[in-house]
Design a protein around this ligand. Structure first.
Ligand SMILES: [Zn+2]
Ligand SMILES: [Zn+2]
Length: 132
């Protein structure tokens, strides 16, 4: 976990804004079909303890149950994909692209690589996993 100063993030239109107060996990890039659909490419996210994710504006926030285990948070106004929340976990995934300014984070793994799209290559460096 990386200890960072407080970071802020938002959707594209600003109807969802939040602060991350706690340590953040390095970014994981998920290439599964659900993440590709929801993001339009692949989903890159850090994660933070549930209590350290503080919504400062949630007027646009809506949740979609993407499976029995997880739901995805997005802005109903502008469509930004923001959160991935698995039931029973104390961590919430937060889209790395939604963060404001320099995050100080690095991508340390690619997961569900066998499900990736055929139109791009995964850059060398971070570890690659077939599943997770
Ligand atoms: Zn928005
Ligand atoms: Zn995924």
């Amino acid at each position: 976990m990386i200890k960072k100063k407080t970071l802020t993030g938002s959707c594209l239109c600003g109807a969802v804004q939040f602060t991350l107060n706690g340590p953040l996990r390095p970014v994981a890039a998920c290439h599964c079909s659900q993440c590709r659909k929801t993001s339009g490419h692949y989903w890159a996210a850090t994660s933070v303890a549930r209590n350290d994710l503080v919504l400062t504006n949630d007027t646009g926030l809506r949740w979609f149950d993407s499976s029995d285990q997880a739901r995805r948070g997005f802005c109903q106004n502008c469509g930004s994909s923001l959160f991935w929340d698995t039931r029973g976990r104390d961590q919430v995934s937060v889209a790395a692209g939604s963060l404001d300014g320099a995050s100080g984070l690095k991508t340390d793994r690619h997961i569900f690589c066998t499900d990736k799209g055929d139109y791009y290559d995964i850059e060398p460096g971070p570890q690659q996993f077939d599943k997770h």
